[in-house]
Design a binder for this molecule. Structure first.
Ligand SMILES: Nc1nc2c(c(=O)[nH]1)N[C@H]1C(S)=C(S)[C@@H](COP(=O)(O)OP(=O)(O)OC[C@H]3O[C@@H](n4cnc5c(N)ncnc54)[C@H](O)[C@@H]3O)O[C@H]1N2
Ligand code: MOO
Length: 408
């Protein structure tokens, strides 16, 4: 049997980052920036007021108090966006709104709450500190400063910053488009009547959602029966829009394992038994004119999910240029002894929880059978038991891969 580490390194050798693309700013959400973006101007671009109030010279109102307000003429009314802002002279003031440019010589803003709000003359009842409520040009970002560097993952706040420095397009590595195909003549769609012997296709839902959680654009298509011509035609159709294809089912030793049959003659897909539990039957390779990568994962629901976690997720992350391909794992104290098949790496569903001293405790779920979907939905970690161990006693420290918290 092939080792997990060897299969993963074969996968990651074949998978390459997608070519970069110049996209509209909002289309960059969730993508990784591939250029350094410098600010062509400072932020803020000009000195402006942080408060609705009055621009003054601080020393003119230094003695102001509730009992002895200082009264100043109001010589201008400056709104945000006003361009024509003249200087104020000594012992004069200008009414000013938040975001409006500071008139020359003003060196403090008195918030309207500390005045009588007058429009021709204003009575100031509290002295501002020098520079109070003035947002200085460049205090946020300096002109020419690199605000985001290549490799940054773009979320809402990064996209806002890019807009603020004037970018309407950016160069990113796009999200891979992934097509998920479940195979099996027994499969029916959720929401449809389920006949005797039929089962609902859950794999394609799990994996489409998992691919999206990993950062991809994922398309799910209805299950394809165990018929080689139909499967071939569906795969060929889907190659038009796919950067990567995932199938589930039909890769073990059954008489109707058509995925294996069809893909053995197409492209460069190799079928291996990988020394892991679950997820032993694995297929991977490339197909079609554009050598599109394809994973053929086993049909058992847990096996397909674990295979996705171990091989497909890192591949997706490599395609969109992430620097961290793997999920984080922690050392955790096993709460219950475990057995593990000899010579195979076990990925056991488990509940991980922090303990009061900052360490982690992990409890493997009672059954590790590959069809048990409820346990899978309940697990928040996978305990990894290396190939050479067949037993791990309670109290031992193990590696636990953290899955996204799906139940909190
Ligand atoms: N004689 C042997 N039989 C099996 C072996 C073996 O080595 N020798 N390996 C077992 C292991 S391990 C796995 S894993 C499975 C993999 O089987 P396939 O990939 O061929 O998958 P199927 O036979 O099509 O289905 C297996 C199982 O999973 C259910 N299934 C399939 N697709 C879905 C879906 N989309 N949603 C929900 N459930 C699905 C299917 O009904 C079967 O119960 O082979 C073992 N057998
Ligand atoms: O390898 Mo299967 O994936 O054990 O259930």
């Amino acid at each position: 049997m092939k080792r997990v580490a060897d299969h993963l390194s074969d996968v990651l050798e074949t998978i390459q980052p997608l070519p970069v693309l110049d996209v509209h700013l909002l289309d960059s959400q969730g993508c990784i920036l591939t250029e350094d973006v410098a600010a062509p101007w400072p932020l803020p671009q000009f000195d402006n007021s942080a408060m609705d109030g009055y621009a003054v010279c601080a020393e003119d109102v230094a003695e102001a108090s509730e009992e002895n307000p200082v009264e100043l003429p109001v010589v201008a009314d400056i709104a945000a966006g006003d361009l024509d802002v003249s200087a104020i002279g000594p012992n004069l003031s200008a009414r000013i709104m938040t975001g409006a440019p500071i008139p020359a010589r003003a060196d403090a803003i008195v918030p309207v709450e500390h005045t009588d709000g007058g429009t021709a003359r204003v009575r100031v009842t509290s002295p501002p500190k020098l520079g109070a409520h003035i947002r200085r040009a460049g205090e946020d970002v300096k002109e020419g400063e690199v605000v985001l560097s290549a490799g940054t993952s773009l979320g809402a706040t990064q996209i806002g910053l890019l807009a603020a420095v004037g970018r309407d397009r950016v160069v990113v590595r796009p999200k891979p488009r992934i097509v998920v195909i479940s195979t099996g003549s027994e499969l029916v769609e959720p929401g449809q009547p389920v006949g005797l012997g039929q089962i609902i296709d859950s794999n394609s839902f799990t994996l489409t959602a998992a691919a999206r959680e990993a950062g991809a654009i994922a398309y799910r298509i209805p299950p394809v029966p165990d018929d080689s011509e139909q499967l071939m035609s569906v795969i060929e159709d889907q190659l038009v829009r796919a950067d990567l294809v995932i199938t589930t089912g039909g890769v073990s030793k059954g008489a109707y394992d058509v995925v294996k049959e069809v893909l053995s003659d197409l492209g460069s897909v190799r079928f291996d038994e990988v020394a892991m539990q679950p997820g032993k039957p694995q297929g991977f390779g490339t197909i079609g004119e554009e050598s599109t990568p394809i994973f053929t994962l086993p049909g058992n629901p847990v096996s397909s999910f674990v295979s996705f976690e171990v091989f497909v997720r890192p591949a997706i992350r490599k395609m969109f240029g992430a620097t961290r391909l793997h999920r984080s794992s922690v050392k955790a104290v096993l709460q219950q002894s475990m057995r593990s098949p000899e010579g195979r790496r076990q990925f056991a569903r488990a509940q991980l929880q922090p303990s009061s001293d900052g360490s982690y405790l992990v409890t493997p779920l009672s059954s590790q059978q590959s069809h048990r979907l409820a346990d899978l939905a309940y697990a928040n970690a996978l305990v990894v038991v290396p190939e050479h161990l067949t037993e791990v006693a309670a109290g031992q420290v193990v590696d636990a891969v953290r899955l996204e918290q799906r139940r909190d």
